[in-house]
Design a binder for this molecule. Structure first.
Ligand code: ADP
Ligand code: MG
Length: 238
């Protein structure tokens, strides 16, 4: 079980409060999208869940366990960023297996995990290629492959599609949802794009200025926005 429970989470940078007591409960297997304007605290929240950023106050639990003081490697999470730099001189297979190799996992287990991830992502024909020989969408899949091979309990995505062109972005949205359909891994997905949020989320967390403004299923937010901010944000084009 890997539900993610965020209780009264606070963050300040050098005395400046940027997160003011955020509460979100994410059940095991749910696909939650954090959405809100630039600067509202989406990345900060995700980075605190990942352990890349310290917590000023409050608690983060993953699978019931308080992780506030655990390093990222002990949290059973895997993160996919917008700027997913692949190693240019490593093949697709080596890119996907690299983190496992660093953990000194044995070769046979690495190969099995890379093969499984490649199968899931349709990357089998490309395992021996180099990143420069791939399309943008294929590179994005390799970045997801690096997360999948770690077999995490939670996937964290921070605006993974914002560098892709519009057509590819729409295609990758459905690929990421299909991936979730298949693996059922608890997912926290950050975007500033409300269309992306509406089409991908089981539930949406709307953030504003370090607060949660509303949490609900896409249609709930659309039909019953809690306030003018949510109504304006969900209702306006990306
Ligand atoms: P978002 O991802 O929603 O655009 P961020 O989480 O990056 O927002 O930022 C939230 C707030 O925290 C912003 O006001 C930003 O300027 C501030 N912030 C983020 N990271 C730092 C940092 N390392 N040092 C100081 N302030 C930061
Ligand atoms: Mg951000």
């Amino acid at each position: 079980m890997a539900e993610v429970t965020i209780s009264d989470l606070r963050k300040s940078y050098g005395g400046l409060d940027v997160m003011h007591g955020v509460n979100v409960d994410i059940p095991d297997g749910e696909f939650v999208v954090l959405v809100g304007p630039s600067g509202c605290g989406k990345s900060t929240l995700l980075r605190m869940i990942a352990g890349l950023e310290g917590v000023t106050g409050g608690t983060i639990r993953i699978g019931g366990r308080v992780v506030n003081n655990l390093p990222p490697a002990e949290r059973n999470i895997a993160m996919v960023f917008q700027n997913y730099a692949l190693y240019p001189h490593k093949t697709v297979a080596a890119n996907m297996g690299f983190a496992l190799k660093m953990q000194r996992m044995d070769r046979a287990e690495i190969d099995a995990r890379v093969a499984r991830a490649a199968d899931i992502l349709g990357l089998k024909p490309y395992l021996a290629r180099f990143p420069r020989e791939l399309s943008g969408g294929q590179r994005q899949r390799v970045a997801m492959g690096r997360a999948i091979v770690r077999d995490p309990e939670v996937f964290l995505f921070d605006e993974p599609l914002s560098n892709l062109d519009a057509k590819l972005r729409v295609q990758m949205r459905s690929e990421i949802r299909e991936l979730h359909q298949r693996l059922s891994t608890t997912t926290v997905y950050v975007t500033h794009d409300q269309i992306e949020a509406m089409t991908m989320a089981d539930r949406i967390v709307v953030m504003k200025d370090g607060h949660v403004s509303q949490i609900g299923a896409p249609l709930d937010l659309y039909d019953r926005p809690a306030n003018v901010f949510v109504a304006g944000f969900i209702g306006s084009p990306a």
